[in-house]
Design a protein around this ligand. Sequence first.
Ligand code: AMP
Length: 618
Amino acid sequence: MTEKEIPAIGIDLGTTNSCVAIYINGRAEIIANDVGERTTPSYVGFKEEEIVVGKTAKLQAHRNYGNTIFDVKRLIGKRYNDKIVQEDIRNWPFTVVNKNGNPELKIKLKNKEVFYCPEQISAIILNKLKEVASNRAEASVTKAVITVPAYFNDSQRHATKDAGKLAGLEVLRLLNEPTAAAIAYALDKSSENCKNALIFDLGGGTFDVSIIQFENRHVTVKAIDGDSHLGGDDFDNRLLDYFVEVIKERFDYDIKEQRRALARLRSACENAKRMLSFQALTQLELDALIDGEDFDAEISRAKFEDLCEDLFQKALDTVRNCVDQSGLQPNEIDDIVLVGGSTRIPRVRELLQEFFDGKHLSNSINPDEAVALGAAIQAANLCSNECQTVEDFVLEDVVPLSLGVETAGGLMNVIIKRNTLLPAVATKCYTTAKDDQPSVNIKIYEGERSLTKDNNLLGELKVTGILPAPAGIPRIDETFYVDENGILSVTATERSSGKSLNLDIHLDKGRLSAEEIRRILQEAELSREQDERYWKIIEAKNELEAYCNRMLRLIPNINMSSPHHYYISEKCKDILLKMRTSKYEDENYLLQKIEDLQVECEAILELYADQEYEEVEN
Ligand code: AMP
């Protein structure tokens, strides 16, 4: 395959599970991972000798709870002091530390402590998916469309892009998850009669709603809304809190103090939640959970619904808002498309159906796979000139959150309104508040609240060198530009001096600088080299061990002289013993050892070459 023909991939980088798809032979297909599964848990486990990813990491999480990272999507692009980050930290069995205001994961191995930023953890997951895809494509895949929740803010988007870079991927586009699902849906035959669809995407950590219009292969996002912190994990937490209290009452014991037991209880809660989507009652059975004592309990669907009702209502409020924003009436929505594992919860479906007057909820796309499929189609579309032609469609997405600047009194002055079509550009003119003011500080925010203190500060831009003039005379044009990825850049032009600052906003907040990305990549290269060395040593050890064992199996079948027999057998046994007791850590030494042994053994065997003997398999 030439480089031009290597397909780009679509990656759904989920909070709980991730999924990768490729557009190949004229259609998008999900790629199964190395254990044959179509989704990969977003788990990374650090062990002494290796880093495990996906199911292997999830399976060892109970034993290695402090060094197994999950939910990293909840951290990416966020500040350490973020209220929600602080809440999450209390529930996680791993350690998050404050590094210059940004969260970092602390991994404790036998001899050292290592720190990873969330982007690096996501990069490890992305890298795994890239590998899986490269195996399928039989070529090294380097280009991808990665999906993000529509409600991801600017820092979260930047951080996700950085994670892609760290994984050695050229991120062709960040695509909103519901939009990706809509693409998969739009190109599905069952959507032929649908004009307006509401995509309801409730996953493990995030919730997105989008209203999409399909017209003549034009996919237009009419409105998006959502909550970057609402999903299955929150329902698990409600169950977890409930059982923590049950245990307190029953055993007078605070399980929150025991991280390992808490991790087991959490996983049992998630299981119970899943069961309750299909049955009215389920059991939790955890052997030796509390100081050797078993914990058994049951929970009903009604109780679960009661524990989570406010969260479900919150999701419904978001749907209501989104429909309002789109300018459509609920009865103008033709299809309601469910995406994300948490849409299997019956109460969620019930509330949604009630809101839309009993309308049928569409299950025609696989909720776990639609996002990755849509991303793969978009990836192929973006490089269709290079690789292959893909079903043609035009996609128009929107700005997820209003963007603006702070004006006097801490007011949010919106420059680009949310739900404006992408790419979006707008300019507003500002002036000074005092006479002869030499500079102004522009604070850039995103959010829907009228006071900036309630919105998210993206960064600050200082315009200096304004010529002396009375207040209100200088003119400063601020131009906001949001690209197709939903990423913002700001330019400020001071008219009196004619000086254009042309500054992209460089927000240090929760971002990796180009320098940091370079450093991390260098470190990754170093550890990749270390890993390769390690594997080469293992391979050489295996080869040496296999050769010794082969000789030991072979010589009893040859009628050879006792000294020769003794020599080979002692030599091989000695090597095997040494391999067990001492550390052969030098690949070259091992390779030399193999060669020497082979030369000696072959020379002796040569003497008995006329004998007919066969190797005996163990
Ligand atoms: P996603 O991020 O879309 O893979 O969604 C994963 C979330 O869906 C996790 O919180 C799962 O616990 C949840 N989930 C998966 N299956 C079910 C189910 N049958 N009932 C309730 N929640 C589920």
